[in-house]
Design a protein around this ligand. Structure first.
Ligand code: 4AD
Ligand code: MG
Length: 454
């Protein structure tokens, strides 16, 4: 028998004898003359209907069990599907203890409920669809960069620098051997951490390849229980040399966002529809509109003026020089018409050492940009980088970081060029395009304070 994935079986135009389909049982309905099964193997949102003689039923053939069905693929008489599988043999590969299985047949389990079972929730419709979309989105992002002349770089996970300087580092423990010897404190002889961003390594690479990107896990020991923070998340980062204006960076951000999103929408329409129909019904039309319009650009100064007009609505009063809070970001997005908004030129003192000085008088700013989106707030952060040796040297000196960043200063001594880049939080991206409320539901195995299940 020819083995078919459920997706292939559902898409097949012709009847076929002797096919074999494997998967997990999503429903069993037994009538006097006929037994109906639905089986799903993760290749599509839809399950394949199997019709069988009741004599093929057995005790182990239950919701959740793994089965292999052999039979004939035929045109279905039912309205809901084009084809069905007429079973000639059903083999239960792995039974399922339905009493202790956390999911029940025919019940719709809320996302908060299935979140307790990261190892099993991938078998639910919502997480199944989500993880297929996540896979397509990953491929779409890689294609976008490869098609536009970027070289993909594997930046390290273990690093000795704190790129963002925010002190949200997970330090890596010392080895057993090192613990036992008094003088050798660290495995690498220096303190090391899980990376918070691959940016500084990308900057080195942009000094050779002109355009580079990375897309990997990043880690933040932020003690935040919010709906948009994880301790381990994926970041898409790009770095471009020979770039003198933030406009260039914003253009790449917008182009990436729109290209990846239209690709995902066209590659997995059924999976996306599940979210736009049931999870966030308001989202679909808004997103399609958004893909057609240009994103809005405002300066930090303008943002503060807008916020001050509505000062009374905020817990945290907006003030020039203060970081934008989530409530501020969401307000700005609404104010601009519920569309993505770039905010540019943030105060010098708010931002990390690597951002380029705008040298602009008393309200001193750097060439930074954040992209804010409806419902979430910050989706991307980026900037022009300080490529001028004296500026960077004096800033690092004031922070007492000159020794640690000798290699980074080297980049400004040996063929330095104006450059810039950005990072996009991949989970926040998925949250936004699908309208998912909680970031824990867009990653297979979420890690957050006080929780690292399996
Ligand atoms: O704004 P961030 O901290 O920027 C950087 O790390 C830069 N070095 C990137 C660069 O220019 N190459 O982080 C970038 C994005 C944020 O805008 C946000 O979407 C996401 O990463 N992010 C998080 N996502 C989930 N959980 C967290 N704890 C996150 N922290 C940041
Ligand atoms: Mg940021």
């Amino acid at each position: 028998a020819a083995r078919l994935r459920v997706r292939e079986a559902l898409g097949s135009r012709e009847a076929a004898d002797k096919v074999k389909v494997q998967g997990w049982v999503r429903s069993v309905r037994s009538q006097k003359e006929v037994l109906f099964l639905h089986i799903n193997d993760g290749s599509s949102l839809e399950s394949l209907q199997v019709v069988a003689d009741p004599s093929l039923e057995c005790r182990d053939l239950t919701f959740g069990s793994a089965v292999e069905v052999q039979g004939k693929l035929v045109k279905s008489p039912h309205k809901m599907q084009d084809v069905e599988l007429q079973a000639e043999a059903i083999h239960v590969v792995g039974p399922c203890d339905t009493l202790s299985f956390p999911f029940k047949i025919k019940e719709r389990h809320p996302l908060e409920y299935v979140r307790q079972f990261p190892h099993l929730r991938c078998r639910s419709n919502a997480l199944g669809a989500l993880l297929r979309i996540r896979s397509e989105a990953t491929a779409a992002i890689h294609s976008f960069f490869q098609d536009n002349g970027y070289v993909h770089i594997h930046t390290p996970i273990i690093t000795s620098n704190d790129c963002e300087g925010a002190g949200e580092l997970f330090q890596i423990g010392t080895s057993q051997e090192a613990k036992e010897s008094a003088e050798k404190k660290h495995f690498f002889n220096v303190p090391t951490f899980l990376t918070v961003s691959g940016q500084l390594h990308l900057e080195a690479m942009a000094g050779a390849f002109t355009r580079v990107f990375t897309f990997g896990p990043t880690f933040r020991a932020e003690n935040s229980q919010s709906r948009r923070h994880l301790a381990e998340f994926y970041m898409v980062e790009a770095e471009l040399s020979f770039t003198e204006s933030l406009q260039d960076i914003m253009q790449v951000m917008e182009h990436l966002f729109k290209t990846a999103t239209s690709t995902v929408f066209s590659k997995c329409p059924r999976d996306v529809e599940l979210f736009h129909k049931y999870v966030a019904p308001a989202q679909k039309g808004r997103l399609e509109q958004m893909l057609k319009n240009k994103f809005v650009i405002i300066s930090y100064n303008e943002a503060v003026e807008i916020l001050k007009q509505a000062s009374q609505t905020f817990n945290f009063k907006p003030e020039w020089g203060c970081d934008l809070q989530t409530e501020h970001e969401k307000y700005l997005v609404k104010h601009c018409g519920d569309v993505p908004v770039f905010v540019i030129n943030y105060p010098y003192d708010l931002k990390p050492f690597y951002m380029r000085d705008n040298e602009d008088g008393p309200q001193h700013t750097v060439a930074a940009v954040d992209l804010l989106v409806p419902g979430i707030g910050e989706l991307c952060g980026g900037s022009l980088r300080e490529e001028r040796l004296p500026f960077l040297e004096s800033r690092l000196q004031r922070l007492g970081l000159t020794d640690a960043y000798q290699w980074y200063l080297d980049l400004r001594k040996f063929g330095s060029v104006p450059h810039g880049g950005f990072g996009m939080g991949f989970e926040r991206y998925l949250q936004y395009i699908l309208g998912v409320d909680n970031i824990k539901d867009v990653i297979p195995f979420p890690r957050f304070p006080h929780s690292c299940l399996l």
